[in-house]
Design a protein around this ligand. Structure first.
Ligand code: ZN
Length: 369
């Protein structure tokens, strides 16, 4: 363990799949980042310009399908697109078995407050769970593999959204990803569908979405498919998280915070990442915060170790003691600040619930899996 090579600029180490540490102790993400970041930014910028330019000449019904998670970013974007730019938006959400209740309530209250049509797609729960079970047992070695279950769930949402837009002849699919997620915003529906089939098998993909539509997407030319737009990534520097939350709360469009809209799989995703790769699930995100100077590097390193203990030594236990709970709270207080009680309690509950979520997926968790 003591010989583990850690990047001296961010917090990534060589355990992260696809990450290499150079002799000068820089990780491949810190050194290559400019390339990928710039490429993704350029693509996001170009698509967003075209999106804005095309609005006034559009004669169809819905100009955009917005991926609505119930989190702050998609809520804010919905309000901007509908009320500021007057765009006819089709809101789209995928119901999945591990959705946060806070997110669900946010979506329901938006439907009352903002004039837009909304589709809440229910996927076949049995097939969804079967896919997740399969994915949780896989191990790969390409970059971001430690996030595999999350990536696959993201593919599911993307394919569902794009096929819906395609069937309704909606030219744009809008994602509210924030700029920190820029390395995960190289959406390409044909490539992502191909990856999903490679990971999960064609039979499960067919049974989740329908054979005909999947075959049609595979056959379609790129320019026949909707374009995916990520406005916040395109706007980069003008994205301001706190401003978004303040404005939304002022307009009574949002309650809770980003942690409370996370799905209930998050602790289990961390379990997966720690047990299979010895890596923190949000490692790349934390690394980016450290690079940008928003989080102290030493704190980030110690936080990841404490969080590992929470997931791998406490959350897996059948009986979690008062002392365990005290430890969890202390760690979360360090991360969020003592005053953020609601956020801390929400995450505590979610951590304590990890075994139940694992049971629901019939996953066997133990210290040595
Ligand atoms: Zn680095």
């Amino acid at each position: 363990m003591s010989n583990l090579k850690i990047c001296n600029r961010c917090v990534l180490n060589e355990n992260y799949p696809g990450v290499k540490i150079s002799d000068s102790q820089k990780c491949s993400c810190c050194t290559d980042m400019f390339g990928d970041t710039y490429k993704n930014y350029r693509a996001a910028f170009k698509n967003y310009q075209e999106f804005k330019k095309g609005i006034k000449n559009f004669t169809g019904k819905h100009y955009a399908l917005l991926m609505l998670s119930g989190g702050k970013d998609s809520t804010y974007l919905l309000n901007e697109l509908v009320n500021k730019y007057g765009i006819n938006v089709l809101g789209f959400s995928v119901k999945h078995p591990f959705e946060s209740e806070v997110a669900l309530n946010n979506i329901n209250s938006l439907i009352q407050k903002i004039p837009f049509e909304h589709i809440h797609l229910s996927l076949n729960t049995k097939v969804y769970k079967k896919i997740m079970q399969k994915v949780f047992s896989l191990k790969r070695d390409d970059i971001f593999s430690e996030r595999l279950p999350c990536t696959v769930c993201g593919y599911i949402t993307e394919i569902a959204g794009v096929t819906m837009a395609y069937m309704h002849k909606i030219p744009y699919v809008v994602y509210a990803n924030d700029p920190l997620q820029i390395l995960n915003t190289d959406y390409n529906i044909k490539k992502d569908l191909e990856n999903m089939i490679k990971i999960c098998g064609k039979a499960d993909v067919y049974s989740l979405f329908g054979k005909d539509i999947i075959d049609e997407i595979i056959r379609a030319e790129e320019d026949e498919l909707p374009t995916i737009v990520t406005p916040y990534v395109a706007m980069m520097d003008s994205y301001n998280e706190n401003e978004i939350i303040e404005k939304l709360k002022a307009e009574n469009l949002y309650r809770g915070d980003s942690v409370q809209t996370y799905c209930s799989l998050v602790p289990l995703l961390n379990y997966y990442s720690f047990s299979k790769y010895n890596s923190y699930f949000f490692g790349h995100q934390l690394a980016q915060e450290v690079r940008q100077g928003n989080t102290d590097r030493d704190f980030a390193l110690s936080y990841m170790e404490m969080y590992r203990k929470i997931i791998m030594e406490i959350a897996i236990k059948e009986d979690i003691t008062e002392d365990d709970m005290k430890f969890i709270r202390t760690v979360l207080e360090k991360k969020y600040g003592k005053d953020n009680k609601e956020k801390i309690e929400y995450e505590c509950k979610s951590i304590v619930n990890m075994r139940n979520v694992a049971n629901a997926l019939q996953l066997n968790i133990s210290t040595n899996s």
